[in-house]
Structure formats: C-alpha cells, structure tokens
Design a protein around this ligand. Structure first.
Ligand SMILES: *Cc1c(COP(=O)(O)O)cnc(C)c1O
Length: 399
C-alpha cells in the first residue's frame, strides 16, 4: 500500500514527541493533572470545614480569579459548560421556537444547549484556517435569508426569529472574532462565545470569551483545567450577570428576616464549593500550562514540517494566541481515501497506546439536527474528514 509508510511516519513523529518525557503506559488526548498545584490542600480545606456543597468561599474565589485572568467584569460559576451555554442563551433572550446560529463543527453541547431551550440550531459554515464561523459566509448568508422586523431578526425562509449567534473557538484556536462581532452588531444580534475549549486563548491581547455579550468556559475533565465538572459565564454586562446568578441559584430572594422566596422558575446550575476549590488550584498555574501547551504545539509544528501532505492547525497571525487545547493535524485535501488513511493512522497509534481522535460528527449530520436550517456547509464538510487531534496535555512536556 502506497500510503502505509505515510501513516507510519505520522505516528512515529507523534510518538517521538509524546514519549519523550513521559513514563505513562497510555497516552490520552488530554488528561487532568494535579502534581503542579495545591488542589489537595484546598480540597482538604473544604472537607475540614465541611463546606463541600453549593455555598462556600471557593466559588467566589474561583469567579474572582476567572475575572482577573480574562479581564471580564463579572463571572458566574455553573455546573457544566453545557448548562452555561443554555443559561447564556436564555439570558440574551433566546426563546422557544427561535433559531440560534451555530457552526456545525463543534461538540454536540453547542447544539444541545440551544435545543434545551426548545430553540433550533441554524448552521452556518466555518473558515478552514480557524475552524470557527467564517465571517464572510455569515454576512452573505444573513444578507440572503434574514430581515429586520419590529426590532427582531427573522429568517425569511422559516419565519422564525433568530435569537443569537454562537461562535466556537474550536480546539482553543481563536475564531475570527472581530469580524464576527461587527456582523452581530450590524444585525443587532446577541453574540455568545462558546469558549469552552479556549481558556487562556487571546485575540489582540484580549481573552477569548470576552468579545461577545457572554462567554462560556467549560471545566470538564478533558479541558485545560478541570473542576471535575463545571463551567463559567463571563460578561461585562451587569444586568446579564445578575440575571445569570439569580436564575442559576433557583431564583432565590431573601428578606431581612431570613424568609426565602422564589420569584420565578430558576435552575440549580450551581458549581459546588469543592469543585471550585479544585479548579482554583489549577487557575493558579494556568499561565504555565498555556506556556507548555504552546511549547508542545511548537514541537509538533516543527516535527511535521518534514512530512508532506499534513499540517497543524495554528494561529492565523501574531495577534492571535491559542491555548492549543487539542493540537490537531489536518491531512491534505488532495490525498485519496482520507477516511481510510485517518482510520489507519488512528489504529496504528492505538496499538502503541497513543490516543488520536477524528473530529466530531458534524452536527447537521446527526439524527437530532439533520433537519435544521443551514447555509451551504462546504468548508465544514470538506475539512471535517481531514482532522486528527493528538495528545495535548501540558504535562507531556512539563518538567
Ligand atoms: C466541552 C465543550 C462544551 C461543554 O462543556 P461541558 O462542561 O462538557 O458541558 C461545549 N462546547 C464545546 C465546544 C466543548 O468543547
């Protein structure tokens, strides 16, 4: 087979990098790590004081640290990234039967958060260099299908209100955020940033997640830092922050005598104190992690220069800084049988106990979302078949 040396070369190159400084048997895509931080001390504090649940000072410390790191005015910790996205969409006014513009190349949670509000994903295509929404395609698409009517934006083809745009910073690579902000402003559409994968990523020295009305980060176990499970909303809008906090904490109101009332149907979306303590310990070393992840990406980029017909998805320009959450290979479009090649590469790696992963099933190809409204999605469809994510934990090269 003509391609078998190609596949082997790729896996050899990855193996050399990930096994350089690593003793572990199985090398996974992204693993939690606690040897570089004070997680155990902070968890012990929760247990010693018995503040392990939905109140306690670690939640506030965690929110404050996220504000400091991202430069946002407000932060509301929640129990997952998915919940955070659903709450964000609700807070910017997405209602039942609305459409929400999202890209098809993302984790399923982006669409599920829309569906949890009984709204519908409306897919627009991505840009092949960032894997985020393509601003040109978004602008043209809106021009064609949307109209402003009584202060709302309506999809002329479906008659439904478009409630928001969600962009995703895929694998930590900043999407073309400034251009997308301009389009959202032109249409007066709220912009939510799914920055689940992008804590530590920046554009023009400003944190991803702070350009739109609300940004959402995830702290699931495979992300750059983890709270076990959790997420956070960031915003500069005080009203949104108050609303998000209120709705995520059962819409509770307490009077001066300690009587408790609930003034609407809220959610229990709170992040427990013990999870916040775990996360806080890693926020203290976030800079170092980003630095090592970027060094790891640099190693991969350099190593793959000598192999034809593959490259690594990387920042477009010096104004952009990626946290390289998952460092991802893209096979050349001109290769034949890329899905066979990709399977072969992944299977060779698996035999050497190295986990590689193809990218997600495109969301408009899932049975739940296949009938949703969509633009032409040619970029998403052509690049999705070519992507392979590689082990990206910073501890692979941290000394
Ligand atoms: C992880 C992730 C989410 C969801 O976060 P959870 O904390 O797992 O609910 C949402 N969007 C993207 C792009 C993600 O990678």
């Amino acid at each position: 087979m003509i391609h078998s040396t190609f596949c082997k070369d790729i896996v050899d190159t990855i193996e050399k990098i990930v096994k350089d400084n690593n003793q572990s048997e199985n090398i996974l895509l992204h693993e939690p790590y606690f040897k570089d931080n004070k997680a155990l001390n902070y968890l012990k504090d929760c247990i010693d004081t018995a503040w392990v649940s939905t109140s306690g000072h670690w939640v506030m410390k965690f929110e404050n640290e996220i504000k400091k790191i991202t430069g946002s005015k407000y932060a509301v910790a929640v129990s997952s990234g998915t919940v955070g996205l659903r709450l964000a969409l609700f807070c910017v006014g997405v209602k039942e039967d609305n459409e929400v513009i999202i890209p098809p190349l993302t984790f399923i949670a982006t669409a599920n958060a829309v569906a949890h509000l009984k709204a519908y994903p409306h897919f627009v295509d991505i840009d092949k260099s960032t894997l985020g929404i393509d601003p040109m395609k978004l602008a043209n698409h809106l021009e064609q299908i949307a109209e402003k009517k009584d202060g709302n934006v309506i999809n002329k083809k479906t008659g439904k209100r478009i409630g928001a745009i969600v962009l995703v910073h895929v694998f930590g690579i900043p999407a073309r955020i400034n251009e997308i902000v301009n389009i959202a402003n032109e249409w007066n559409l709220p912009l939510v940033e799914d920055a689940a994968e992008a804590l530590g990523s920046k554009t023009d020295n400003k944190s991803c997640g702070t350009f739109g009305s609300i940004g959402v980060f995830s702290f699931n176990g495979n992300k750059i830092i983890t709270t076990g499970g959790g997420g956070i909303l960031v915003t500069d809008n005080k009203n949104i922050a108050i609303k998000a906090k209120h709705l995520s904490t059962t819409a509770k109101v307490e009077d001066e005598n300690g009587n408790i009332f609930h003034d609407q149907i809220g959610w229990n979306d709170r992040l427990p104190n013990i999870n916040a303590a775990l996360g806080f310990a890693q926020l203290e070393v976030l800079n170092k992690r980003v630095k090592f992840k970027r060094l790891l990406a640099r190693k991969y980029i350099d190593a793959f220069k000598s192999i034809n017909k593959v490259k690594i998805i990387s920042e477009r320009s010096k104004n952009e800084l990626s946290n390289y959450w998952l460092i991802t290979l893209v096979l050349d479009n001109n290769l034949n049988d890329t899905s066979l090649l990709r399977n072969e590469i992944i299977s060779i790696a698996r035999k050497r106990n190295i986990q590689l992963r193809p990218c997600w099933q495109l969301l408009h190809e899932t049975k739940m979302y296949k009938n949703c409204f969509k633009s032409n999605l040619e970029n998403s469809e052509s690049i999705a078949k070519l992507l392979i994510s590689m082990p990206s934990s910073p501890q692979l090269i941290m000394k």
